[in-house]
Write a protein that binds this ligand. Structure first.
Ligand SMILES: Nc1nc2c(ncn2[C@@H]2O[C@H](COP(=O)(O)OP(=O)(O)OP(=O)(O)O)[C@@H](O)[C@H]2O)c(=O)[nH]1
Ligand SMILES: [Mg+2]
Length: 417
């Protein structure tokens, strides 16, 4: 008789658990956690929540709820519990001991998604740093044992072996990572200074994850950035040149998406990337206008921008995905905002006009008259400026053009005003 063994790795069947303390909308939060779980590769088979004023120190949820979870898990073959919070090391250990099921919290889940998606060297270093800092106080306990049963969410990244090595080793690694990141940061700062010196303005696209930032980037510049209906498709910033309607060239930067209650360690680790976006001349806060959570998502971005000290940077709120709710186009204009669909292109011209109008002026219109002996100077205006009118007069070569302030300064002796 032949015996067959199941060799296929079993998909992760997850049960989501949340505590409703009244601090935030629990239903929306659980839906988002489901998206996160799906992005990380798990299937959600149920959601359980408990109303309670504050978490239990030992097990996060109450004893009765824990029994309910165990019963549900037995019946539905749940092999992963995802908690919609950041569990303390003690809570984490107790929960795994009580239920005998692997437990992952929201922070671990997000870190795990980041780990799977980091592409660039810097992105990988940033994620590893965040993971190590998070795992340091959680080194002991049953987690390591359970995760040895075979891969899955919460076990990717620095790897199980590294987690088992002693804290000293991890601390040393954290130091090294911080050193490497500091070097990269220096390089980034220098590039930024060079751009500032060359008078290149930057426009940063920031906003909640899945809002359509990369789609907008692609629509405006054909950058070919990966677009996905999953959370955190983009981790590494991409930049591309963009020509505005007034002829100005600026640099557009696409950035990592944000999420509410973003794990502190991730914000820390990604600080240099976020700061680069925050130091732009103009920020586009992109949101999914068709989502019920839109207003809240805009606030998450604004709060982060406040934390990064960019109170003075102009922000345009970009209400994206208006094709999903066309009546949005008819609403009265509130503040500095533009309604677009990055997917079908509607509103993109308005957005470009708004960008040009909001960016601090670096160019202006000027009239020049060059003696015919100064052909090279006239050629410079034609090359770098936007020529509006041209005339070959008796007294010289006349040019009316939009030029930047540096060129204007260089050619001021030929001004016709
Ligand atoms: N209907 C509609 N869908 C859109 C629009 N813009 C983007 N999407 C979709 O929304 C999903 C997310 O788009 P992305 O461009 O990857 O979003 P993102 O903000 O870069 O996401 P992260 O990089 O994960 O933070 C994709 O499925 C897009 O096709 C739009 O204007 N209308
Ligand atoms: Mg993206």
């Amino acid at each position: 008789m032949t015996q067959y063994f199941e060799t296929e790795v079993k998909a992760e069947e997850a049960l989501l658990v949340a505590l409703d303390t009244g601090d935030y909308d629990i239903e929306a939060s659980l839906n988002e956690l489901e998206e996160l779980a799906y992005t990380a590769g798990a299937r959600v088979v149920g959601k359980i929540s408990q109303a309670r004023s504050k978490p239990d120190n030992a097990t996060y949820i109450g004893k009765g709820k824990l029994e309910e979870i165990k019963d549900f898990a037995d019946l539905n073959e749940v092999n992963l519990l995802i908690f919609d919070c950041e569990l303390s090391p003690v809570q984490h250990r107790n929960l795994e001991e009580e239920t005998d099921i692997r437990v992952v919290d929201r922070t671990t889940l997000i870190l795990d998604i980041f780990a799977a998606r980091a592409r660039s060297g810097e992105g990988k270093l940033q994620v590893e740093l965040a993971q190590l800092k998070y795992s340091l106080p959680r080194l002991t306990g049953k987690g390591v044992e359970l995760s040895r049963l075979g891969g899955g969410i919460g076990t990717r990244g620095p790897g199980e072996k590294q987690l088992e090595t002693d804290r000293r080793h991890i601390r040393r690694r954290i130091k090294n990572l911080e050193g490497e990141l500091a070097t990269l940061q220096k390089r980034r700062d220098m590039a930024r200074e060079r751009r500032a010196k060359d008078g290149i303005e930057t426009v940063a696209i920031v906003g909640y994850t899945n809002a359509g930032k990369s789609t907008l980037m692609n629509a405006l510049t054909r950058a070919g950035v990966l677009v996905e209906d999953k959370l955190f498709a983009t981790l590494d910033p991409t930049s591309r040149a963009l020509t505005l309607p007034d002829g100005r060239n600026v640099m557009l930067i696409d950035t990592v998406g944000l999420i509410s209650r973003l794990p502190h360690n991730l914000v820390e680790a990604f600080k240099s990337t976020l700061e680069e976006a925050a130091s732009a001349s103009l920020i586009l806060n992109v949101c999914d206008a068709s989502s019920d959570e839109c207003a809240q998502h805009i606030n998450v971005t604004n709060d982060l921008l406040d934390d990064l000290d960019c109170g003075d940077t102009p922000v345009i709120t970009v209400l994206n995905k208006c094709d999903l709710a066309p009546s949005l186009y008819n609403l009265p204009q509130i503040g500095q905002s533009v309604r677009i669909s990055a997917l079908d292109g509607r509103g993109l011209d308005d957005l470009l006009e708004a960008i040009a109008a909001t960016l601090p002026p670096t160019r202006r219109q000027a009239e020049f008259l060059f003696p015919y002996s100064q052909g090279a100077k006239a050629a410079l205006v034609r090359k770098e400026g936007l020529v509006l009118e041209e005339d070959f007069r008796n007294e010289g070569h006349y040019l009316k053009a939009i030029v930047d302030f540096r060129l204007l300064d260089q050619l001021k002796s030929f001004l016709e005003e």
